[in-house]
Design a protein around this ligand. Structure first.
Ligand code: ATP
Ligand code: MG
Length: 297
């Protein structure tokens, strides 16, 4: 099955998968792009099949207990993070997956280095961990609102003009370290346009069952939209690597977002060639004895 997804999505993923930031420009990826696909129903069916395949591979990942998979989602408000997480993980074994959402840090979290709270939530071997926002907030929201940086209780002498570059270096180095320890890292930026964001905010205001999704602070952040795009571009350029690729996913069409995200996760798990652990010869003997004893009951 994954072959079908691979074939259909291979080409679109190629331009969305960033493993070297040197030549990356955000403007090269349009939020409304659907890579030539226009059949929504077909895309949804493909996404569903990808979900089934992922569920089966997740079982092997869990049984093998070697790799862990860390999937990070970053986006502007209303880009569809929550819905995408829900869709992508819907078929997975709940015991083998864990979603962590990172909001404004607590007093305890501010008393530690900025990676600390995320480190505590990293997936164990055999598990899939999803970060809804991540350490990248430290070079996005904190960069745009410098008052947040002041709250972080850093010694003054360490807050230099290079702090964002330094943080990006530290993030890149930490991701390299995690990859070397068996963590498969996938980073998704759901790239929504300012126009589509406005439309979705309007829906949240107009439709009673969507009201709860709206926060007045969303409008304040929207005013910084362009600054955020600059910070995202810088972050992606500085931290894209073959062992920690960024996927910049056009997010104006939800059906496309979900298909592209599923396809990227399918690719990552497919590359691992997962298999159930093999039974050792001495275990086989034990199995034979167990069978004999059951049969003798
Ligand atoms: P949704 O709006 O879809 O429910 P969300 O992820 O936007 O989901 P919110 O509770 O609205 O959740 O927002 C969380 C807020 O916390 C975001 O504005 C984010 O930028 C902020 N945040 C996350 N990490 C940090 C951080 N390290 N420092 C300061 N603010 C942070
Ligand atoms: Mg929000």
């Amino acid at each position: 099955m994954q072959k079908e997804i691979q074939e259909k999505c291979g080409n679109i993923l190629k331009s969305l998968r960033i493993t070297n930031g040197d030549k990356f420009h955000l403007k090269d990826i349009a939020p409304g792009d659907t890579a030539g696909l226009d059949d929504k129903a077909e895309a949804r069916a493909l996404t569903a099949r990808a979900g089934e395949w992922l569920a089966a591979e997740g079982e092997k990942l869990y049984a093998q207990d070697r790799w862990s998979v860390l999937i990070m989602f970053q986006a502007m408000d209303a880009a569809g993070k929550d819905g995408t997480v829900k869709h992508v993980l819907s078929g997975m074994n709940p015991q083998a997956t864990h979603v962590t959402s990172f909001k404004a840090p607590s007093a305890e979290e501010l008393d530690h280095d900025f990676l600390w709270r995320c480190s505590k939530s990293l997936p164990e071997r055999g598990r899939i961990g999803v970060f809804n926002r991540s350490w990248y907030e430290e070079v996005l929201v904190v960069r745009i609102h410098e008052a947040l940086l002041q709250k972080q209780k850093l010694p003054k002498s360490l807050i230099s003009k290079d702090i964002w570059k330094e943080r990006l270096e530290d993030i890149a180095a930490y991701e390299r370290y995690l990859a070397r320890n068996g963590t498969v890292i996938l980073k998704f930026f759901l790239h929504v346009s300012k126009d589509e964001q406005k439309k979705r905010f309007m829906e949240r205001l107009d439709e009673p069952e969507k009201n709860w999704k709206f926060a007045p602070s969303d409008i304040a952040e929207r005013a910084h939209f362009d600054e955020y795009m600059g910070a995202y571009e810088h972050a992606i350029r500085a931290t894209a690597a073959p062992w920690a690729p960024w996927y910049v996913i056009p997010a104006d069409k939800k059906w496309f977002t979900r298909l592209a995200v599923s396809a990227a996760i399918v690719k990552a798990l497919d590359d691992l060639n997962l298999a159930y652990p093999e039974v050792a010869p001495e275990q086989r003997e034990a199995f034979a004895k167990a069978r004999a004893s059951l049969e003798a009951e």
